[in-house]
Structures are given as C-alpha cells and as structure tokens.
Ligand binder design. Sequence first.
Ligand SMILES: [Zn+2]
Length: 179
Amino acid sequence: MRIPYDVARQIADHAEAEAPHEACGVLAGDYRTISRAISLRNAAANRDDRFQFDPEEQLTALKAIDADGLEWMGVYHSHPRSAPIPSRTDINEALDPKLLHLIVSLERAKPKLKLWRIDGLSAAPVELVFDTDTSDDDGSQFSARQRVSIVIVGIASLLLLVAISVALLPPAPELMPAP
Ligand SMILES: [Zn+2]
C-alpha cells in the first residue's frame, strides 16, 4: 500500500496537535494508494486511550470521499504514548475486516506510522510505502539512470557494511588445553 508523503505528514501533524489525546480520522484512496486522510473529532469519553468517531461527522466525511470518486479504505488513530501496534481494544472494536487500520505512534521523537489489517481476532501488518512523488506522474518519477545509481549506492553501502562487520569481528579464540 502506498501513501503520499504529504498525506502521512498530515496524519502525523494531526496526532501531534491532539496529543495527549488520541487523534482519529478516515482514509480514502483506490486500494493501491491512500491518497486522502480526513481528520475527525475524537468523540470518545476517554480520549487518552480510546477513539470514537462522531457518527454525523463520519457520514459527512464518507459522503465527501464518495463525491470525489474515492473508496473508503480505512481509519487512522494515534497512540500518543505507545508503539504503533493495535491494542486489544483496537482488535476487539475493529468493525469491518475490509478496512485498513493506520496507527501513528508518538512514542518516539519522530512519529511512526504503521498499517494493519485487523480481522476481529488478530492483526497483521501491511507494508506501507511512502511516496515522495507529489506532483504529476512522469515529472518526478525516478529515471532509469537514477534508479541504476540508487541501486549502485545501495550495493556500495552494503559492501561497506560487510567490510565494517568483518573488521569488527573479534579474533578467533585460541584453543586452550583442558586443565
Ligand atoms: Zn489504538
């Protein structure tokens, strides 16, 4: 699943603005890309570790998604103090197994986003790719030449890493005769 960087940034900003309460919203797109996030008010009584949509606000958001020709793909909420892993409550209260669950964690200095599929009993992580491509399709895609140089840089750093690890290996232990 792909998400444009600015949409991810918008979700992280919303989470930071609502902390220490949980922030929440809905996600829309085309099943391959989460192209839109709509922030909603957290209507839960205990906003510190729960989230709940306001039904009317949710309906308005879903209508807007539909009007834009997008699909409702999932929901997002924040974990202001814990890892981006679904809680027991998140799993128990997941309404629809078709909806994806994005959790943004503010546990560390840098917000962390993780995507999950929750089937009511368990949660499985879904790969999330951040797209820095914010303009039109061909304008900012990597050219073949750029792709080759990225691969070369990748291999070079891997080789460097291997070289460093080999250099850091402890010397082979000397065999001591048994006493
Ligand atoms: Zn949660």
